[in-house]
Design a protein around this ligand. Structure first.
Ligand code: ADP
Ligand code: MG
Length: 716
């Protein structure tokens, strides 16, 4: 039974689809099939995405029936999978153009000869055969596409005896088809170039480190395999360095070509290139789950997402074509009927309107820009979920930064341990270390590191998994050796009503520095001591904040769960005046809500630790350092692959450029169409002008979109 079959989603590449009328044909043809649930058409990439229950073969057959060959696409990870569009035949253009020229020359030498006319007619037939055949197919498929319109136009002009002009229209149209297909293809290839970075092969040691070397396709590498990565080779899958030290070019992911030093235990990412020396590495996950695969999947999804302006233009185009056709009909009939002029004059104007009815440039105006902008962003290490997020970034009025892990490196270092009366430092570190074993917070990493440095044995923590709890934005707690131990900030200890003993803060605690975070350790009965930790402000943070200001994003705030004096010190270091400290994740959320209410479009930049709800609520959530975090790639609106805050202003600039180029395209395509509508009705436009203008607009729109592929200048 049909309905019992599972729904599958297939992507089919249809080389012959390059205009909205072909989209309509495909829609009509596929909608007729039983078991087709949904059809999404991506004109720019010439792909049809079908959710279907029926066999894929049925869909391909239906496409073939309307004269379109379809090629199903796999998860296009390999460049070879990026399909070539059919080469539009240039021959039709050359033949009809040659016949036209011959006719024109003959006419100049002997104006009275009948031969030029016959040559013009031959030009019409030579170039028009294909157009008429396709036009007939369109009409048969019940869609009045560009070819059908052109056939009527050219046929009409021929019948009216305008052979020279009809000949010019035929060859211009043939040329337009070729040029448009080529430039669209170039744009499409440029955006598909990202996929060449997917690694192809790997060298593994069969049976472990000492094993024999064997080359295998990258897809076949399994978790735990030992990889040999020679200088100049691409890392085949995400892995961890097992032996060796080398520099890697990670520009594939981050857009930054400065080499990154890697040694034992460091993560390697599939697709990045090994520099000077040999590395042995242990595969962390298969290629299909590696960061680059996630990114490429994300990019595909993002390109497939339609921005609101794109949907608007498509809706507009859907109404535009029938409206112009109706106008053509009226222009051809009404004025002559009212005795306002000869039938021939108005019929000719109606034919010009038919040419102008093609919505190609209108429909391409937006997607050709969004896709190139998304490509540019990915190349710069800015992974965006969809063009609408890029658009929102361009409009941002206010940016909120999380502190720990975002404005600071989030690599805390314990600078001092202070024990309360009756405890010693080792005991404080031991208790803290036992609880923090379960936490992923940067503070926890610092505590664990300190415990290791001091050679402090870990406390028994058999019950850790069962008793460990996170007190968001305050700290953590767990049962250690029968007592519940808390590790966190002073707020946490206020909440549980615990304080230092009668002696108050230990004597040695004086002179603490404002820039240092204090992590207290204790139980409900009392505080045993604290660890003082230092974090480092990212060197580029100040520049990023200044760039935002120079872009007119005046309102920049810091949201943090840390102490006020620590937060202020960091704010001063990076140039953020408005600092909101002591916030719980919920408070961050409410603050972002308030910002959205007063500033409209707000971006929140965070590292995903304790700020995920705020990231989700902001108009645009930006996650830092996503190369190491698959979750961030999946969920953030915008994921910065490199830990470089300057990418934030860069993304704002790209968003603005995208919006302004889309605006130019939309205005240009609509204005040219509108101008020609008026010119056609008032008799100033000829057929060949309309064809040339239509071609010109399409090429203009594509060329303008391609400008975005150029690197975004870093704002100062
Ligand atoms: P930020 O907003 O700066 O990123 P968080 O919201 O992650 O900070 O945490 C707020 C505060 O809670 C931290 O400054 C720290 O004092 C405390 N805290 C949170 N988690 C832990 C933990 N696992 N160990 C110790 N302290 C913690
Ligand atoms: Mg944080």
């Amino acid at each position: 039974m049909d309905s019992d079959r599972q729904i599958t989603v297939s992507r089919i590449f249809v080389p012959a689809m390059d205009c909205p009328d072909e989209e309509k044909e495909i829609r009509t043809a596929l909608a007729r099939l039983k078991g087709v649930e949904e059809i999404v058409v991506h004109l720019f990439s010439r792909q049809v995405e079908v959710r279907h229950r029926c066999a894929l073969e049925e869909i391909l057959t239906a496409l073939r029936a309307i004269g379109m060959e379809g090629r199903p696409l796999g998860g296009a990870l390999r460049h070879a999978d990026i399909p070539e569009a059919v080469k539009a035949p240039l021959l039709a253009f050359w033949v009809s153009a040659a016949l036209l020229c011959a006719g024109a020359l003959l006419f100049l030498s002997s104006p009275s000869s009948p031969w030029p006319g016959w040559l013009f007619l031959a030009a019409i037939l030579a170039g028009g055969g294909r157009i008429a055949a396709q036009g007939a197919r369109e009409i048969r498929n019940r869609s009045l596409g560009m070819n059908a319109l052109m056939t009527i136009s050219i046929g009409g002009a021929t019948l009216m005896g305008e052979w020279a002009e009809a000949g010019v229209v035929v060859s211009l149209y043939a040329l337009a088809n070729v040029l448009e297909a080529r430039s669209l293809d170039r744009a499409r290839k440029a955006t598909a170039d990202l996929f060449t970075f997917a690694p192809e092969s790997a060298v593994v040691r069969v049976g472990g480190v000492g094993g024999r070397e064997k080359a295998v396709p990258a897809e076949e590498v399994r978790e735990g395999d030992i990889l040999v990565i020679r200088p100049g080779q691409r890392v085949p899958v995400d892995a961890t360095v097992y032996k060796g030290v080398s520099d890697l070019n990670e520009s594939v992911l981050t857009g930054e070509s400065a080499p990154v030093e890697k040694g034992e235990g460091d993560p390697l990412y599939a697709g990045t290139v090994n520099g000077r020396s040999l590395l042995l590495a242990e595969a962390l996950r298969p290629l299909s789950e590696s960061t680059i695969a996630l990114i490429l999947r994300r990019v595909e999804e993002a390109q497939a997402r339609k921005a609101p302006i794109q949907t608007f233009m498509e809706t507009f185009a859907a109404a535009y074509t029938p409206a112009v056709l109706a106008a053509a009909l009226l222009v051809g009939i009404v004025p002559p009927a009212l005795g306002l002029g000869a039938l021939g004059v108005w019929a000719y104007r109606a034919l010009v309107l038919l040419v102008i009815a093609c919505p190609c440039a209108i429909v391409l105006a937006a997607p050709v820009v969004t896709v190139t902008a998304l490509t540019r962003a990915t190349r710069d290490g800015i992974l965006v979920k969809g063009a609408s997020h890029l658009e929102a970034l361009g409009k941002v009025h206010s940016v909120a930064f999380d502190k720990t892990g975002t404005l600071t490196r989030g690599k805390l270092r314990v600078t001092r341990v202070v024990a309360a009366d009756g405890f010693d430092e080792a005991e404080v570190v031991r208790m803290a270390g036992a609880v923090e074993a379960g936490s992923a917070h940067p503070a926890a990493e610092a505590v664990r590191h300190e415990a290791r440095r001091r050679g402090i044995a870990q406390a028994a923590r058999g019950t850790l998994a069962r008793t460990f709890t996170v007190l968001e934005g305050r700290g953590v707690s767990a049962e250690v050796e029968g007592r519940r131990v808390y590790v966190g900030n002073s707020r946490l200890f206020e909440e549980i009503g615990s304080s230092f003993g009668a002696t108050g803060l230990p004597q040695s605690a004086g002179g603490e520095e404002a820039s240092r975070t204090i992590t207290l350790v204790g139980t409900e009965q009392g505080i045993a001591g604290f660890l003082e930790m230092e974090d480092e402000v990212r060197p580029e943070a100040g520049e990023a904040v200044r760039s935002l200001a120079s872009l007119g994003v005046r309102h920049v705030v810091m949201l943090t769960g840390d102490r006020d004096d620590v937060a202020r010190a960091a704010g001063e270091a990076v140039g953020i005046e408005e600092v909101l400290s002591g916030l719980l994740p919920d408070d961050k959320l409410r603050k972002v809500e308030a910002l959205v209410a007063s500033y409209g479009t707000v971006a929140m930049v965070g590292d995903g630790v304790n700020d995920a709800p705020a990231l989700a609520l902001a108009s645009v959530g930006i996650a830092m350092g996503a190369a190491g975090s698959p979750a961030a790639i999946e969920t953030a609106d915008v994921a910065l692959m490199a830990e470089d805050l300057r990418k934030v202003p860069e993304a704002v600039v790209l968003g603005r450029r995208m919006v302004s180029v889309i605006r130019q395209n939309v205005v240009a395509s609509l204005a040219i169409k509108a101008g020609f509508l008026v010119a056609a009705v008032s008799g100033y436009a000829t057929l060949w002008m309309a064809v040339a203008a239509d071609m010109g607009t399409t090429l203009l729109v594509i060329g303008n979109g391609m400008r975005l592929l150029k690197k975004t200048e870093r704002p100062v």
